[in-house]
Design a protein around this ligand. Structure first.
Ligand code: SAH
Length: 354
């Protein structure tokens, strides 16, 4: 664990963000036997209880000690929308300090996927995205990322097979907490989710991509590319002023070489902006260069942004242009079109009316 990771936990002391090893050593130091840490960890990550009241096999003096020395992160449901079209459910959660975050439950043929947020708001400023409209409020703790999943499980009783970190926030801008979350959610003593079923999406913080390559995780990394020249990318993604496409591609190649995991390029198609023939040609070259899959996302129009989605026929034509050069392409199915579908829309609407 890095020094920053230690510091974050030292200052906040969120029980749900601690590993079983940390719980053991801290409880031991406080004079409690190690098996109490096992029991506690089970309550937190297997029984997924909300409060100490439910931890029925822990002695009173231990609960008192925990209450005095730690916080217990939790997500409270503030709003829930269910799509009549496809059963997609969108949740608005309030954290301990009443910060609001969004999460989505989506049903696919291969299982249930939850999309979680990694930050409260976002500071990356992508021009088509609603999550960034109100700026960054704070980072989410690992336990708060977990709680979005746990509360959806409590509310719906559904089994979860996949997690995508594609909600509000830039996960690599909250790096230490993200990595800790990835270890916790895949811990065999906890939720035990396969790392291969987890996708982390980033707008492309190149140094952090290289760091992540060294964490020995078998997650899938998705890069929000959205444009294939620096000039065009800078128009829609401010992060492109910090990292050129060349630097980003170097990080992607490094990631693939080190982990053996294929990268996905996310490409939101915006009518008249990045959906031209020359864009398809450039995208083909980059995808070939780093052996990436391409995931096309017809842009979800956000009222404040004024971008338009291309026609379905145009999206198909763009896809075929890539496929004819042997690129593996999928089109993201728009789920929950009848609810606040685009990233950050539900939270933004809630904030706007408060
Ligand atoms: N910050 C991360 C993850 C959050 S966004 C990232 O940038 O990847 C998840 C994906 O949705 C990103 O590819 C993002 O660019 C895309 N996205 C955001 N708003 C969108 C919109 N209105 N329409 C289509 N895709 C959008």
């Amino acid at each position: 664990m890095t020094e920053t990771q230690k510091k974050e936990i030292d200052t906040v002391k969120d029980l749900r963000s601690m590993t079983i090893g940390e719980l053991k050593s801290e409880l031991k130091e406080a004079g409690f036997p190690a098996f109490r840490a096992d029991q506690l960890y089970r309550w937190l990550h297997v029984q997924i209880v909300r409060s100490y009241d439910e931890m029925t096999n822990l002695p009173r003096n231990l609960i008192q000690y925990l209450e005095e020395h730690y916080i217990l992160s939790g997500a409270r449901m503030a709003d829930r929308q269910i799509s009549a079209l496809d059963g997609t459910q969108k949740f608005l959660f309030a954290m301990r300090d009443n910060c609001l975050v969004e999460s989505v439950l989506m049903k696919y043929h291969y299982g249930n996927t939850i999309c979680i947020s990694s930050q409260v708001g976002c500071r990356m400023g992508c021009s088509f995205c609603a999550s960034t409209l109100d700026g960054l409020e704070r980072n989410l703790l690992p336990g708060e990322m977990l709680e979005q999943i746990y509360e959806i499980r409590r509310q719906t009783g559904e089994k979860i097979s996949h997690i995508v970190v594609m909600g509000t926030g830039e996960p690599l801008d909250n790096y230490d907490n993200l990595v800790r979350f990835l270890h916790l959610v895949s811990d065999e003593n906890g939720m035990n989710l396969s790392q291969r079923s987890i996708t982390v999406s980033t707008c492309g913080l190149a140094e952090r991509i290289m760091d992540l390559a060294g964490e020995q995780l078998s997650i899938t990394l998705a890069i929000s590319l959205h444009a294939v020249t620096d000039e065009k990318r800078r128009q829609i993604m401010p992060v492109a002023n910090r990292y050129s496409i060349e630097e980003l591609m170097r990080a992607c190649t490094g990631y693939f070489d080190k982990t053996g995991r294929r990268i996905t390029f996310e490409y939101s198609l915006i009518h008249g902006v990045n959906d031209l023939k020359e864009d398809a040609v450039g995208l083909t070259a980059l995808a070939k260069h780093v052996h990436a899959h391409v995931n096309l996302i017809p842009v979800n129009p956000v009222a404040e942004r004024g971008y338009e989605r291309p026609t379905d026929a145009h999206v198909q034509a763009f896809k075929m242009e890539l496929e004819k050069s042997g690129i593996n392409v999928s089109i993201r199915r728009a789920l929950g079109r009848d609810i606040d579908g685009a990233c950050g829309q539900l939270r933004h609407r809630q904030l706007s009316c408060c």
